[in-house]
Design a protein around this ligand. Structure first.
Ligand code: SAH
Length: 350
């Protein structure tokens, strides 16, 4: 038997070809696209303006990707909702809906696990299992919208996984989600976060997208970054910063840098000064995040007065920096923690 077609991962051009191969008129492609991405139905049966014979043909050849809610946790502190979704093959991923004054932001996963090995991160502990398909990324948005009854106004690719390590699927996902005949999210409302796969940053700059690039920097010298983020041994800071400058020149989009403050590792005024040196002359923003302690790692967050001192040093040196407000701290909303907890409960890991 032929493999089933993942119809929700197809773009309009490909749907058109599919319809033509089935001897259907062109307008059927837009109808199907709308059922999948605007009305977001789960079954071909529900596509009521398609002839029954066509629905049956599609049913025989294609699957409509769905995800199943395993857990939904709602923070009592700030209304953040965290979903643990199960995929068709049994793997689980996390999605987090955050409420801000300016609207709802959704944080989605791009892979099952991760192979980047950052040693402060829970998502990488079990390594990479597999890439997510475009439809599995879309379903995190669509299922959350369906379940919560709320609109997603902005999206961050900051859940489990390294988006640029799943480049083709992530780009296809972004184009599908921002398609004017689909969910139609504005590209400017999407942030893609990467630990720094340099070649892919150059590729991304050439894609002609309006998204925001966010770099997980977390250290301002190679010695520290080599220790906490193995990717730095392949792409040292100088190469990463060169790629960032190129990205800004090509796209005109301001870059944002993530910097998790870890006590005694990267949080002295000297580290802040080095960071300011690195970013000298760049139009950018620094997001400081008190590190989320991960049981297996033994890192602690920087004390409040040292965070203040770090921010003050950056500000004095002309760097635009803010401390990220923590959301959902009562529901393990931080990256990879819920999936890990669930695996422990199911006895899959120690
Ligand atoms: N792989 C991508 C996106 C997923 S991680 C990346 O590296 O950017 C999303 C963000 O959470 C990254 O900035 C990552 O470094 C950060 N992060 C991971 N573990 C963390 C922890 N324990 N505390 C604070 N931030 C963490």
């Amino acid at each position: 038997m032929n493999e089933q077609i993942d119809i929700k991962s197809m773009n309009r051009e490909e749907l058109l070809q599919l319809m033509q191969s089935l001897g259907e008129p062109r307008f059927r492609a837009d109808q199907v696209f709308s059922w999948l991405h605007q009305k977001r139905v789960a079954r071909f049966e529900e596509m009521s303006n398609l002839p029954v014979a066509l629905r049956q043909k599609l049913e025989g050849r294609c699957t409509i990707t769905n995800v199943e809610i395993v857990h939904r946790l709602v923070s009592k502190l700030d209304g953040t909702q965290k979903y643990l979704y199960r995929l068709a093959d049994g793997n689980c991923i996390e999605t987090v809906l955050m409420r801000y004054k300016h609207g709802n932001s959704l944080c989605i996963s791009t892979q099952v696990g991760c192979r980047m090995g950052c040693n402060f991160c829970a998502s990488t502990l079990g390594g990479l299992v597999r890439n997510l398909t475009p439809s599995e990324m879309l379903e995190q948005v669509y299922s959350t919208v369906r379940d919560s009854g709320e609109r997603v106004d902005s999206l961050v690719l900051m859940g489990i996984g390294e988006p640029l390590d799943n480049y083709d699927n992530v780009l296809r996902f972004i184009r599908l989600l921002t398609d004017e005949k689909g969910y139609n999210l504005g590209q400017r409302h999407i942030s893609l976060s990467t630990c720094g796969l340099v070649e892919r940053i150059y590729d991304l700059a050439a894609e002609d997208l309006q998204i925001t690039l966010s770099i997980s920097l977390h250290a301002s010298d190679n010695e520290t970054r080599d220790r906490t983020m193995p990717v730095n041994q392949r792409y040292p800071i100088e190469q990463l910063m060169a790629a960032c400058r190129d990205y800004f020149e090509t796209t005109g989009r301001r870059i944002s840098f993530e910097y998790a403050l870890i006590q005694g590792v990267n949080d002295t005024p000297r580290h802040a000064e080095k960071l300011a040196d690195l970013l000298d002359g760049m139009i950018c923003h620094v997001n400081l995040i008190p590190v989320n302690p991960v049981e297996e790692r033994g890192y602690r967050r920087t004390a409040a007065q040292d965070i203040r001192r770090f921010v003050d040093t950056l500000t004095r040196l002309g760097v635009n920096a803010t401390v990220r407000r923590e959301l959902g701290s009562d529901i393990s909303a931080a990256c990879g923690q819920l999936r890990r907890q669930n695996e422990k409960e199911e006895g899959r890991v120690q």
